[in-house]
Design a protein around this ligand. Structure first.
Ligand code: GRG
Length: 290
């Protein structure tokens, strides 16, 4: 039987290979493709597409059918990171351990690379091999809802405008900014596997708890991480005046909240026959160092 790490690496390798094959053709506007590939292929944990492949397999589907959906999700995630780093947003110089897209290609090209990655994500889904027209349409709806005006972008607005003042509003912000794309990861795997609506709800519940735990852990890492390992500046949330879980409840309580959300995530998939990887994934994200 595969260990957790071997299974994670198998999923991640499939995602890396698929990402490597994108945006390769020589074009007169090749700098755009270069900028897109620069950010897309800069490493990263690939946790969202890993969730897509893991849910698909856990529910009896073939990972190769879920792969284009996971790859599309990673394109949207990368676009969000490129735009988030821009001077008009967080103004960050370092991402995934190297200079941010706008530092290398300039602001205009970074905006356009993000725009193109988002559009390409939906193009990839629209012709995903091995999926029915209904599955593709469900996948488009899932991803659009997760990243759009009530999902990730709404979370970003709540964050930029400092609209989270207490634990409840900060939870809502995180569920949109971080949880929505993670939940899409799980849900897309369910779509590829042809899972029932009930199972999809359980998967989304798992991923929402993972999303909260993931963001609270991220807030903790902004205080306690080793910068080289974390891949971006430590302490930037504070410098940018962001309201984080650490400010609100302190480091110790954050640790308890991560443990509680991880427990709830594990509980959400307790009824799955094939749940080993999902349980270990929840645990591994709870004490991640990057
Ligand atoms: C600009 C529309 C728009 C949205 C930005 C994703 C986001 C919203 C902002 C990025 C900053 C941030 C801390 C977001 C919370 C989610 C998060 C922890 C992102 C980092 O994801 P990881 O840890 O990164 O999976 P890697 O590099 O491993 O892919």
């Amino acid at each position: 039987m595969e260990t957790f790490q071997v299974q994670y690496d198998r999923y991640r390798a499939a995602v890396e290979e698929a990402l490597q094959s994108l945006f390769l053709r020589n074009k007169p506007y090749g700098r755009l493709q270069e900028a897109m590939r620069y950010s897309l292929l800069a490493g990263g944990k690939r946790v969202r597409p890993v969730m897509t492949l893991a849910f698909c397999e856990a529910l009896g589907g073939e990972a190769r059918r879920a792969l284009p959906l996971g790859v599309a999700l990673e394109c949207v995630h990368t676009y969000s990171l490129i735009h988030d780093d821009l001077p008009c947003m967080d103004d960050d110089d370092l991402r995934r351990g190297r200079p941010t897209c706008h530092k290398v290609y300039g602001e205009t090209m970074a905006v356009l690379a993000g725009d193109a990655l988002q559009a390409e994500a939906f193009r990839l889904i629209s012709h995903a091999p091995g999926l029915s027209a209904e599955q593709r349409s469900e996948a488009v709806h899932t991803l659009a809802s997760a990243c759009g005006g009530d999902g990730m972008v709404a979370g970003q607005v709540l964050d930029m405008d400092g609209l989270a003042h207490d634990e409840a509003s900060l939870r809502d912000l995180c569920l949109r900014k971080t949880g929505a794309l993670l939940a899409a990861g799980a849900y897309l795997g369910c779509i590829a596997a042809g899972a029932s609506p009930e199972v999809r709800q359980q998967a989304a519940e798992y991923a929402r708890h993972i999303g909260l735990a993931f963001q609270i852990r991220d807030d903790m890492l902004d205080v306690i991480a080793d910068q080289d390992e974390f891949g971006k500046p430590v302490g930037s949330d504070r410098e940018e005046g962001k309201r984080t879980f650490v400010d609100l409840v302190g480091l110790e309580r954050c640790g308890e909240l991560v443990a509680e959300e991880t427990r709830l995530a594990r509980e959400a998939v307790a009824g799955f026959r094939n749940k080993g990887f999902l349980l270990e994934l929840a645990d591994s994200l709870a004490d991640r160092r990057k």
